[in-house]
Design a protein around this ligand. Structure first.
Ligand code: DOR
Ligand code: ZN
Length: 343
């Protein structure tokens, strides 16, 4: 097979940031993707309907002129989130999901949830009105090993929520473990996004032969058995699993730092990498389900009308970095030739 035409893809988990960074990274996603779930972890976070409306306006203003890219906005859930505001944001179609960050789990998550009993009314309301919950699934306890934080979160936090609100649509975001894939697959109203980079790297890429900050993200990549479980899930065609790149730009000075930021920037070359990965696993026929069909189905949206075509040929050269007015941002290096390009 040398060409592959699929419905236009969506990115169900994306960091666009704000200001100069937003202007620089948005075209990288809008080039191929029709829609994306926009993460609300700005400083300060996108907490209210008004914050979301203003952020959406800034995204629309930063969009390339000929682009019909559509941002799907989210609210950042706090223990104080106002139910009336949440309902109103949903009713006018302003927000597509609500994001749960455990306090302290990752970049700009200080305003997240520390006491999960304090979000009961919000979750009840969301289950009632059909507003999905996107979850960053890691516990933050200092005594839990960083490589175990996802599995422990599933047992301690996610499973009780799952049992208490059976109607609530839950998206386990950027899963990194076999336990995450198994849990999503075996529970109703539960889906999981998988990033491009977690299909490619394991923890050796970060730590063996010298520390590689550009492969550091959260949840951190796990051992190889987990990467293989994610590959199996993503390439299975199972509607439980869909793409959320978690493309998360940080400038090089903040990545290459004594306390480097978490995040891999994959917006630029994601589709080429995914086509390569799916071809390696003899699953090119499942790529469209992962990038373009399973996500809309879970969110109750129609798939995109348009199509893109991927063509196989000589390896594609992507820039090592993109320039932004805040400084250079390194593009994720998959350490393999990429033969598929969007044409
Ligand atoms: O690696 C990550 N980067 N994980 C997250 O959860 C947040 C993100 C960011 O905002 O940089
Ligand atoms: Zn993220």
């Amino acid at each position: 097979m040398t060409t592959l035409t699929i419905r236009r893809p969506d990115d169900w988990h994306l960091h666009l940031r704000d200001g100069d960074m937003l202007k620089a990274v948005l075209p990288e996603t809008a080039r191929h993707f029709a829609r994306a779930i926009i993460m609300p972890n700005l400083v300060p976070p996108v907490v209210t309907a008004r914050d979301a409306a203003e952020y959406r306006d800034r995204i629309m203003a930063a969009k390339p002129d000929n682009s019909d890219f559509q941002p799907l906005m989210t609210l950042y859930l706090t223990e104080e989130t106002d139910i009336k505001d949440l309902r109103a944001a949903h009713e006018i179609g302003l927000v597509t999901a609500v994001k749960l960050y455990p306090a302290g789990a990752t970049t700009n998550s200080a305003s997240g949830v520390a006491d999960f009993t304090k979000i009961r009314r919000q979750l009840e309301t969301m289950a009632q009105i059909g507003l999905p919950l996107c979850v960053h699934g890691e516990v933050t306890d200092a005594e839990i090993d960083i490589f175990d934080r996802e599995a422990v979160f599933i047992d301690r936090v996610l499973d009780p929520i799952r049992r208490d609100y059976p109607e609530l649509k839950i998206i386990m975001e950027h899963i990194t473990t076999a336990q995450g894939a198994d849990y999503a697959q075996s529970h109703d109203n539960t889906a999981a996004t998988i990033t491009t980079h977690h299909l490619v790297i394991n923890r050796n890429h970060i730590l063996a032969g010298g520390i590689k900050p550009h492969y550091y993200c959260l949840p951190v990549a796990k051992r190889e058995t987990h990467r293989l479980a994610l590959r199996k899930a993503a390439t299975s065609g199972d509607p439980t699993f869909f793409l959320g790149t978690d493309s998360a730009p940080h400038t090089d000075d903040l990545k290459e730092h004594a306390c480097g930021c978490a995040g891999c920037f994959t917006a630029t070359n994601t589709l080429s990498i995914l086509a390569e990965v799916f071809e390696q696993d003899n699953a090119l026929d499942k790529l469209e389900a992962f990038t373009s069909l399973n996500g809309p189905t879970f969110y109750g949206l129609a798939p995109n009308e348009g199509h893109i075509t991927l063509t196989k040929g000589e390896p594609v050269a992507y820039p090592a970095k993109i320039d932004t007015k805040s400084g250079p941002v390194t593009v994720f290096d998959p350490q393999m030739p990429l033969h598929w390009r969007v044409t």
